[in-house]
Ligand binder design. Structure first.
Ligand code: ADP
Length: 638
């Protein structure tokens, strides 16, 4: 019989399949099962209106038959089948759609991209050649009493010849490749591995996928067997259905219990705790899809590592297309787990790569909205849960505010929580704003490693003494997020350690100005003593009991300096600019004035000590601890 050749582009695609990388090979099974399911669908729908079909829903099935000795794996279905002409037109050319992807992808891309596409979406029947040296398709079409066999070894074209088949449907017989150094093709003959692949990719196919599975079991002991007799084993063979068929997300919400959601979540997403929230929705309109999303109750162990990958599972009509579709989630909601099942997406990306992309984007946009409104609802109706959520994933939201130059800040600002000095609990910015006195012109915050350390800052003590509410920023990203926000509800954010933070009355300010003007020369002398360490030295009226503090003058605060210099690759180049501020009410103020008039040498030493003290109180290290301690002892010995 004369062999027919594949069309040129089909041949190229075939070569690509045959040489595809290992990790993608397993998807061949998903592709064949998906075709089988389509074929069964066709006959099933026909059976609904045509009694002659003579089959009931439960008669339809897909069967896997691995044969280790013959090294074959057969995928059978009792669906609509194919005539000789259909075998020719369907399998002779790479599926029209498939060849189209190939053309588009090949226009400018390299091989690697093509393989990526195959891995994600597959190109149907031809993927059989990723694992097989020869493929036979024996098929009998519904309504015909003849069967035909399509046969090909991939490279040299194919033949079609008459064959025997008793029942309607299709058997696809794969002659599995010999093992190579890289790939143990044997695994595709192993019932354990095949079951796992069905669970992974085809769990929600509507028809049962069956396989005879033989397991070894301990034999029941004979009554009179001696106690130390070895356990004997026997092989037991049973016909198993490998897939669970009904996707939970296709059921109505009202029919699903909280326990069922939790069990599904734990099993599929490997979590030992139930999720905080489930978002289960059917969306129709521009994009039609089912989504089942989960907000976990805690961060997975690798959440803050580079290894963590965000993404949702993407299904097309119950068939898994990809396990982690990153495009469906914005980075700031990267903690959400779950899946999207859309009828609009074809398993064969092929249909229209671009349109496909467009659909995904549409879905991603609506999903983002759903997540946001669910989080808002949780914040308003179950504050305790929301705080648990925020403790686990708040950093991600704050990072989202700060990233991409702040374009997402309006989406996220309402979701933020901060600890406050009023009560030892979280507040939203709206709550802070609401109880803020009418004449307060800024939202005050302070940053540091812990709440305790922040409370030790002199400026914080002073602000609290004036009855101001202060937000505690203890997360490394906090101050960057706050600075990106700049303001909330027309009130700007001010760090209490910033020079511009001034809670004094107009009168107090005037008095201070004149104190500072009087001591101008003294401060010039002190500034000169400290060199570049500070920008300026002056009196302040914002300290309560503390003698000194450092206030940041520029765009970088002390805490930001610490965070930026702690980043990988930082070399300590980031420097905050400071003013050394001295409490005008403290006895030390009078003392330095006297020293300026009588003993400049001692004033220089005092200045260095005061600067060192200010750094220590501000949670920073002293630049020259030896000098500091020598100076201190010198004064103590006097
Ligand atoms: P696609 O499924 O994207 O059309 P395939 O290359 O997987 O591309 O299959 C080509 C065609 O072959 C299918 O559209 C279908 O008509 C036919 N076909 C494949 N497998 C089967 C099967 N098991 N039973 C009946 N027809 C099948």
């Amino acid at each position: 019989m004369r062999k027919k050749q594949f069309k040129a582009e089909s041949k190229k695609l075939l070569d690509m399949m045959i040489n595809s990388i290992y990790t993608h090979k397993e998807i061949f099974l998903r592709e064949l099962i998906s075709n089988a399911s389509d074929a069964v669908d066709k006959l099933y729908f026909r059976s609904l209106t045509d009694e002659a079909v003579g089959m009931k829903k439960e008669d339809f099935c897909i069967r896997l038959t691995p044969d280790k000795e013959a090294r074959t794996l057969t995928v059978s279905d009792n669906g609509i089948g194919m005539t000789a002409e259909e075998l020719e037109s369907n399998l002779g050319v790479i599926a029209r759609s498939g060849s189209k992807v190939f053309r588009e992808e090949n226009a400018g891309g390299d091989g690697a991209d093509n393989i990526e596409i195959i891995g994600q979406f597959g190109v149907g029947f031809y993927s059989a050649f990723m694992v097989s040296k020869k493929v036979k398709v024996i098929s009998r079409a519904y309504g015909s009493d003849e069967a035909n066999c399509w046969e090909s070894d991939g490279a040299d074209g194919y033949t079609i010849s008459p064959a025997e088949k008793e029942t309607v449907g299709t058997d696809i017989i794969l002659y599995i490749n010999d093992n190579t150094d890289e790939v143990q093709y044997d695994e595709f003959l192993d019932t354990y591995r095949l079951s796992a692949l069905v669970k992974k990719y085809s769990n929600y196919i509507r028809y049962p996928i069956k396989m005879l599975v033989t397991t070894s079991r301990p034999k029941p002991r004979a009554e009179d067997a001696p106690a130390d007799a070895p356990t004997e084993y026997e092989d037991v063979t049973e016909d198993r259905t490998l897939n669970s068929m009904l996707p939970l997300w296709k059921k109505n919400k009202s029919e699903i219990t909280e326990e069922e959601y939790a069990a599904f979540y734990k099993e599929v997403y490997h979590d030992y705790e139930a999720p905080l929230r489930v978002i289960h929705s059917k969306t129709e309109g521009q994009a039609t899809y089912n989504a089942m999303l989960f907000i976990p109750s805690h961060a997975p162990f690798d959440y803050y590592s580079k290894e963590y990958q965000k993404g949702l599972q993407l299904y097309s009509k119950g068939v898994l297309i990809t396990d982690k579709c990153a495009d469906l989630l914005p980075d700031y909601f990267n903690f959400v787990r779950g899946l999207v099942d859309s009828e609009d997406l074809s398993l064969n990306i092929s249909r229209e790569v671009l349109q496909h992309d467009h659909q995904l984007k549409l879905i991603a946009r609506t999903i983002e909205k759903k997540i946001k409104s669910e989080l808002q609802r949780m914040r308003d109706t179950d504050r305790e849960k929301y705080e648990t959520f925020f403790a686990a994933f708040g950093t991600s939201l704050k990072f989202g505010v700060y990233s991409d130059y702040g374009v997402h800040k309006d989406t996220l600002v309402d979701l933020l929580l901060f600890k406050s000095s009023f009560e030892d609990k979280y507040v939203t910015l709206a709550e802070y704003r609401e109880r803020m006195p009418a004449d307060q012109d800024a939202i005050y915050y302070a940053a540091g490693e812990t709440k305790e350390k922040i409370d030790m800052l002199p400026q914080v003590e002073a602000a609290k003494a004036r009855g101001l509410e202060i937000l505690y920023l203890t997360d490394y990203v906090d101050e960057f997020a706050i600075r990106t926000l700049m303001q909330f509800d027309e009130k700007k954010f001010v760090n209490v350690c910033d020079a511009e933070a001034n809670f004094a009355t107009e009168e107090e300010k005037k008095a201070l100005e004149s104190d500072n003007a009087d001591a101008e020369e003294m401060f010039a002398f002190m500034k000169e003593t400290l060199g570049d360490a500070v920008q300026t030295v002056r009196f302040t009226n914002k300290l309560k009991t503390h003698p000194v503090c450092l206030s940041s003058e520029g765009a970088v605060s002390a805490e930001m300096e610490r965070v930026l210099n702690a980043m990988p690759g930082a070399n300590g180049e980031v420097k905050a600019e400071f003013a050394l501020e001295i409490n005008a009410e403290h006895p030390i103020a009078a003392k330095i004035k006297t020293l300026f008039a009588e003993d400049k040498d001692t004033l220089a030493k005092f200045t260095k000590l005061l600067y060192g003290e200010a750094r220590l109180i501000g949670g920073m290290q002293i630049e020259d601890p030896v000098e500091f301690s020598t100076l201190m002892c010198e004064l103590m010995a006097k």
